[in-house]
Design a protein around this ligand. Structure first.
Ligand code: AMP
Ligand code: MG
Length: 501
């Protein structure tokens, strides 16, 4: 088939082929069920690049059939909807059984000849109650659905491993949170939504046969290179640990804070998963807590790397019966620190436009973060403007220097940084280009999301689409969208995000 006829034969939603490897697992792993319809659903926004991953034409977003499927109002004959069970540690405490309380898996889709990750699970979030809803209503509100949609697409564009988001549909149907809101359904995609907590679920029940079935499933589907490994479960833990460490280094480098790093929100693929009260660092404060519900600061920015390690330990504990040996389990977990350090170090060197490594670099980085914190410097703008600095004189300093309350502290640091650039004979033009390829100009600031949400709440969805388009090209200058790179307005300091969604 030629490329032309292939594009001409893109499936409509009702023709989309779906597979069901998860549904082939034993019945104890999930409950089959139907989504609960939403009254008069409408399209809020869709991601064309996410649609392309499963070979769907974005023109489908406007068809009623598509809206009906992705609001849970109609069920494709080829889908086998189910909600998965899992457990987890929440805020460091064993929480027992959780599960897809409002998420429903439709099946797995793939674009013909699609590059890795290949098949992607399609999951509706907010499509009604399941046996795992506990006290919840099975719904998601428009606000949190738009935040998850925008952030997953933004993170993908930033190059951070993440689940994707196909679309958000909405309805005027009321949902009670702190105040009445309206319901929405976000459709997510990932090669698998299996979490650390999926393994903990079987471990804490002593069901080691089921634990093995799950591990074999994950290896077979997501880590096929480990199938013939002499110690596949040990290798699996090592690989998940490495991916998790590298993902969190990616978060730190763009100032992303997840907000709820419970083990039930940790992807077995090392993907950023379950966007709730997340945030991007603005005025730099390493102790910043983005989740209003997290009063102890367990998931503060500076804590994320060690919490990631803690979570891998929880996974290691759960995999211990399969690995069979405590020392081997510890050996697999020991990958975390060096993997995090190596990735973080590489990312920081890239962020500062350094092509070589010197022993004194960590002192340069530490001092930089220390003066950034003292002056509450905007994280994103600092690194972006730093690219404009010149090696031999201060003529390019203005934009970055102006971010500092303590200008003298910046000037002192800039002397060291310039000396460092000189030692590696750094070229201003090339360094600026390279730095702008890794230091985004545009991130999903809370206030930008809030503006888009408030418009969407009065049925103007144009700002969601516009913001998505900006965030899909975070490293491009986009002079026409300059205002999206601006510091947050005063009212933004009142914004609070919590676990309520
Ligand atoms: P989260 O903190 O969002 O990861 O949610 C923790 C658990 O609560 C997960 O098992 C969710 O599926 C479930 N959950 C959260 N919100 C709701 C809701 N509105 N209805 C049902 N279950 C929910
Ligand atoms: Mg969750």
């Amino acid at each position: 088939m030629t490329a032309n006829t292939e594009s001409a034969t893109k499936p409509t939603i009702d023709q989309l082929p779906l597979e069901h490897s998860y549904a082939a697992l034993p019945p104890a792993f999930y409950t089959r069920l139907q989504p609960t319809p939403l009254s008069k659903p409408y399209m809020v926004c869709g991601s064309a690049s996410a649609a392309a991953l499963i070979g769907l034409d974005p023109a489908e977003f406007n068809r009623q059939e598509f809206i009906d499927v992705f609001s849970g109002n109609s069920v494709l004959p080829q889908s086998q909807p189910l909600a998965a069970v899992y457990s987890g540690h929440q805020f460091g405490v064993w929480a027992g059984q959780l599960g897809d309380g409002r998420a429903i898996l439709l099946g797995e889709a793939a674009a013909p000849g699609s590059p890795p990750p290949g098949r992607l699970e399609l999951q509706l979030k907010g499509a009604g109650m399941t046996p795992y809803s506990r006290m919840g209503d099975g719904r998601a509100v428009l606000r949190s659905s738009i935040r998850e949609f925008l952030c997953s697409e933004a993170m993908a564009a930033l190059g951070v491993p993440t689940s994707r988001s196909l679309c958000v549909t909405g309805s005027d149907q009321r949902v009670m949170r702190e105040t009445p809101e309206t319901a929405a359904v976000a459709t997510r995609m990932a090669p698998s939504f299996v979490r650390f907590g999926s393994f903990e679920h079987w471990f804490y029940q002593g069901r080691h046969d089921d634990l093995k079935i799950l591990a074999d499933y994950v290896i077979d589907r997501c880590y096929p290179e480990l199938r013939d490994h002499a110690q596949p479960y040990h290798a699996l833990l090592g690989e998940v640990t490495r991916r998790t460490a590298e993902m969190i280094a990616g978060w730190q480098a763009v100032g992303f804070m997840h907000g709820v790093m419970n083990t039930d929100n940790m992807s077995i693929l090392g993907l950023t998963l379950d966007y709730g009260p997340f945030g991007f660092m603005e005025a730099f404060n390493p102790k910043h807590i983005c989740n209003h519900t997290d009063q102890q600061g367990r998931y503060a920015y500076t804590m994320q790397p060690q919490i990631g390690h803690w979570n891998c330990y929880a996974l290691g504990q759960a995999l211990l019966p399969l690995i069979g040996d405590v020392e081997e389990t510890k050996a697999a977990l020991s990958v975390y620190e060096p993997a995090f350090k190596a990735r973080m170090d590489a990312l920081l060197h890239a962020k500062l436009g350094l092509g070589t490594v010197e022993e004194s670099d960590s002192a340069l980085f530490d001092r930089m973060f220390s003066i950034m914190a003292d002056s509450h410097v905007d994280f994103t703008l600092f690194f972006r403007h730093l690219g404009d600095l010149h090696r031999d004189n201060a003529s390019g300093d203005e934009a970055v220097r102006d971010l500092f309350i303590d200008r003298a502290a910046f000037d002192d640091w800039a002397v060291q940084y310039r000396a460092r650039l000189l030692r590696e004979n750094s070229n201003d033009v090339q360094r600026r280009l390279a730095m702008h390829r890794v230091n985004p100009k545009y991130v999903l600031r809370n206030y930008l999301a809030q503006v888009a949400i408030e418009k969407a709440q009065i049925k103007d969805f144009s700002e969601v689409a516009r913001l998505l388009a900006v965030l899909e090209r975070p490293f491009d200058e986009q002079p026409e969208n300059e205002q999206y790179a601006a510091l947050p307005p005063d009212w933004a300091s009142e914004l609070e995000v919590s676990c309520s969604s």
